[in-house]
Design a protein around this ligand. Structure first.
Ligand SMILES: Cc1ncc(COP(=O)(O)O)c(C=O)c1O
Length: 398
């Protein structure tokens, strides 16, 4: 009886969840959280049926590479399954340092720090370096981890139109020259498949003296020499202060990284809560990432195959007249414009044995409701043909 308002608040929270659940049940919302029973490369088994996986981010197809699997097994045998703690308490191991040194060298950076999730890496890349009183200018279509980082920093936020340097210029030009500024972009926008207009954006950041953060979760492994990423693709390493990304895409692991000048990474290690208070990357994740990184350099055929598959897949979609939002990369959206069109399209693909994922407003801008697909180096020619047939069938169904 002492605090009756607590009861009311708890009721409100429970009611919120109950309403949400009821809506999902009414709409027969089931497309997400599907549990697959089996996986072999790009083939998965779902509800007892074999399907082609067309929405994973295993761009280089290394998640089933024998050397990667062996490295994971060996790491567990040597180090056990987990570090069971943060780097700052009991979690730091030589394999963390080795992976960080190799990533830093590959990216042409002085230092690197790895986290147990890309989300943590990218969020902390913003939250650590911006603070209250600063201005953070971000592309409107940034990933949610970057928005979370911006919110945590308590800096003032400005958004510029997606991949539009002119709009960025307008914002930077009106900001006070005395206020510290940060520009946040992605190397490759994963929903749209667009490559960042980095040459213009980096030049503007330099002109207005802004600190730059680039999230290359979808550019790493895909663009640049041996997959060094978007910055290398444009040859602009000296113009970006912090590059962050994920180990869960081309590197076939889970986890994330932040790379930059040594003093920046050391600052992150002692000032970022996401870094100080979260458990360290586990041994098998680190071993997988390290081996995949070596394979990116010793086996160029995966990157070549990825781009060959991307060209083939894009040609299939173009022949069918599908709108791919001008995607320039292996992340290819199929824009259908409304959820009423997206759902039957997605279901028709499923019926024909192709697994994809829907993205509906507000996750995408209004009118851009889409099916997100991504090509892997592991897709076979036969699978790409079957995907083409399934797309043609889904179009007829519309
Ligand atoms: C652009 C971008 N940044 C960061 C992340 C987070 O990476 P992770 O899934 O490894 O936590 C993602 C993941 O989807 C992403 O697309």
């Amino acid at each position: 009886m002492a605090f009756p308002f607590f009861k009311t608040e708890k009721k409100a929270i429970l009611a919120r969840c109950r309403d949400d659940y009821a809506t999902k049940m009414r709409l027969k919302y089931a497309p997400y959280y599907h549990a697959m029973e089996e996986q072999k490369g790009t083939q998965v088994r779902l509800d007892g049926r074999d399907m082609i996986m067309l929405s994973s981010n295993d761009y280089l197809g290394l998640s089933f590479h024998p050397k990667v699997i062996e490295a994971s097994r060996a790491a567990v045998l040597k180090w056990g399954t987990s570090t069971t703690g943060a780097r700052t308490s009991n979690g730091s191991r030589t394999f963390h340092v080795e992976l960080e040194e190799k990533l830093a060298a590959f990216l042409g950076r002085e230092a690197c720090h790895v986290h147990a999730a890309g989300y943590l890496s990218c969020m902390s890349s913003v939250a650590t370096f911006a603070q209250k009183g600063d201005i953070v200018v971000g592309d409107k279509n940034l990933h949610s981890c970057l928005w979370d980082g911006i919110r945590l920093s308590l800096a003032t936020v400005e958004r510029f139109s997606h991949n539009n340097p002119d709009d960025l210029r307008n914002i930077l030009a009106t900001a006070s020259p005395d206020v510290p500024k940060m520009v946040v972009v992605e190397g490759v926008y994963s929903m749209e498949g667009h490559i960042c207009r980095l040459p213009e954006i980096a030049t503007l950041a330099e002109e207005y003296n802004a600190f730059t953060v680039l999230d290359d979760a979808h550019g790493f492994g895909v663009l640049g020499r041996q997959g060094r990423g978007t910055i290398d693709h444009f040859g602009l390493n000296h113009k970006v202060d912090i590059v962050c990304g994920s180990l869960s895409k081309s590197l076939a692991s889970t986890g994330g990284f932040v790379a930059g000048k040594r003093e920046l990474i050391e600052y992150l290690r002692t000032n970022s809560k996401q870094t100080i208070f979260s458990a360290a990357l586990c041994p098998s994740q680190a071993a997988v990432a390290m081996t995949a990184l070596e394979l990116m350099q010793s086996e160029p055929e995966h990157l070549e195959r990825l781009w060959k598959n991307t060209a083939k897949y894009r040609a299939i979609l173009k022949n069918l007249g599908l709108d791919t939002w001008g995607s320039e990369t292996p992340a290819v959206p199929i824009v259908l414009g409304s959820k009423e069109r997206v759902y039957p399209f997605w279901q028709a693909l499923l019926e024909k044995g192709v697994f994809t994922v829907m993205s509906i407003a507000p996750a995408v801008p209004p009118g851009k409701d889409l099916i997100r697909t991504a090509v892997s180096a592991m897709h076979t020619d036969e699978q790409l043909e079957r995907i083409g047939e399934a797309m043609a069938y889904a179009m007829k169904k519309l």
